[in-house]
Design a binder for this molecule. Structure first.
Ligand code: FAD
Ligand code: SF4
Ligand code: SF4
Length: 386
């Protein structure tokens, strides 16, 4: 089947890749943008859905443990310290799995994703670092039949995990492990170029970037130099059109149905955030835990006022002059939300924006598509008129 010919979610499709495999047959009930089913897939993965009366579960989903971590010997060229790649390597070396679904890059373009079923540690390491664009990861499920793979580790973001969970019983696997990453504001390859052109001083030399917990975007360039830009100085009027419609209607920021989640948003500056959701997640973490520096999760600051101000400013598409953006950035970094409160700040900001976007662009989908936990979170704020 030619890639991209079938896309029942139409403009909301995140190109998760399911429709490029034989499992397209399940698309109506598997696609995250056609059937919202957080409670079902959380229950399937963890034995229960999240307790919405528990503030931590309301925001971060079902979990057994949360911690902050760094690989004691970071992997050169990884997105952060390389916990995810190390886990993939160890899962293969220990025989826990036969293959790892991960995302390498095109030989022609560092930011064009190439999903693979990696069978060797070298192939997993070649997938290190984010390709910050929509990636059709599940297309490689098509290679499973006849491959001899019985135990699989899938590394991916929330929309990919949701579709995977919906079809996992029909994959013919003996065991499936899911290592998820949080994800928000993803873009097409063209959208990424607009973002880089409008934000970096030298878009053509950017080799790595991350939105960090100090409220700045950190770019690394091919000559080794770094550049940081305050969130508050972004060209909002231009960037409003850049994010993919799938991501403007996504509520799976924290990858609710993964076994283990590795990101950064709930950890202090320069630490990774690890969420163990179930026993399989702990089994994965056991592979690397002795190689990690760890500390408990922390939380400080108050997010609510900043979130409300951000909602209003985003809606008016305000762009602050650079000097003011720098000043606001310094102030917010000094007194603003940190650790888990930073994660809640980011979740509140994105969920309120996404509900508003859906109300304006797909009003018929709001009732079924916005999960109950997101409704509860969003009800704490005053949204712009639809
Ligand atoms: P590495 O060892 O460098 O491994 C990175 C892994 O990412 C690789 O295994 C690769 O297969 C996989 N990957 C790369 N590109 C993609 C892609 N497009 N789709 C699926 N998988 C991919 N964390 C947050 O806390 N908040 C965020 O908002 C956030 N947004 C993210 C958006 C994207 C598109 C991605 C891929 C990740 C995001 N993360 C986010 C996770 C974070 O940036 C790091 O990837 C994570 O902390 C792991 O770092 P690492 O050094 O251990 O990973
Ligand atoms: Fe198909 Fe995935 Fe797109 Fe949904 S998001 S239409 S399942 S490729
Ligand atoms: Fe998928 Fe959501 Fe990430 Fe977009 S923001 S790529 S829809 S997980």
């Amino acid at each position: 089947m030619a890639r991209g010919t079938v896309r029942p979610a139409r403009d909301l499709c995140s190109d998760c890749g399911l429709c490029d495999s034989r499992w397209v047959a399940y698309v109506r009930r598997a696609c995250a943008f056609i059937t919202q089913q957080f409670e079902t897939i959380e229950a399937r993965a963890h034995g229960r859905s999240r307790d919405q009366d528990n503030e931590d579960e309301l925001y971060f989903g079902v979990f057994q443990r949360m911690l902050c971590a760094q690989l004691a010997s970071p992997i050169e060229g990884a997105q952060w310290t390389g916990i995810v790649s190390t886990l993939g390597v160890k899962a293969l070396e220990s025989g826990l799995v036969d293959a790892v679904l991960c995302v390498q890059q095109s030989p022609d373009d560092r930011f064009t994703p190439v999903p693979v079923l990696a069978r060797t540690p070298q192939e997993v390491l070649a997938a290190r670092v984010n390709k910050p664009t929509l990636s059709n990861n599940l297309s490689v499920l098509e290679q499973l039949p006849g491959s001899g793979i019985e135990r699989l580790l899938v590394i991916g973001v929330g929309c990919q995990t949701q579709a995977l969970r919906a079809v996992q019983d029909s994959l013919g696997l003996k065991q499936l492990y899911v290592l998820g990453m949080p994800c928000v504001d993803n873009v097409s390859r063209e959208g990424l170029q607009t973002f880089l052109d409008s934000t970096s001083r030298s878009p053509e030399t950017v080799v790595h970037y991350e939105f960090m917990q100090d409220f700045r975007i950190h770019f690394r360039h091919s000559d080794g130099s770094t550049e940081t830009v305050p969130f508050f100085g972004l060209d909002t009027p231009r960037l409003k059109e850049v994010f993919a419609p799938s991501c403007l209607s996504c509520f799976d920021y924290v990858n609710a149905s993964a076994d283990l989640v590795v990101g950064y948003m709930g950890a202090p500056y320069q630490w990774q955030w690890v969420v163990v959701r179930n026993d399989r997640g702990q089994e994965l973490l056991d592979l690397v835990e002795s190689e990690l520096n760890t500390q408990p999760v922390m939380s400080s600051g108050q997010r609510a006022q900043a979130v409300q101000q951000g909602i209003d400013a985003y809606d008016k598409a305000l762009r602050l002059p650079r000097w003011l953006a720098e000043l606001v950035g310094v102030l917010v970094n000094r007194v603003g939300p940190k650790g888990l409160e930073y994660a809640r700040f980011s979740i509140d900001s994105h969920f309120t924006r996404n509900v508003t976007w859906l109300q304006r662009n797909h009003p018929d989908k709001v009732a079924a598509h916005v999960p109950a936990f997101a409704r509860k979170i969003v009800s704490r704020y005053r949204l712009p008129k639809p």
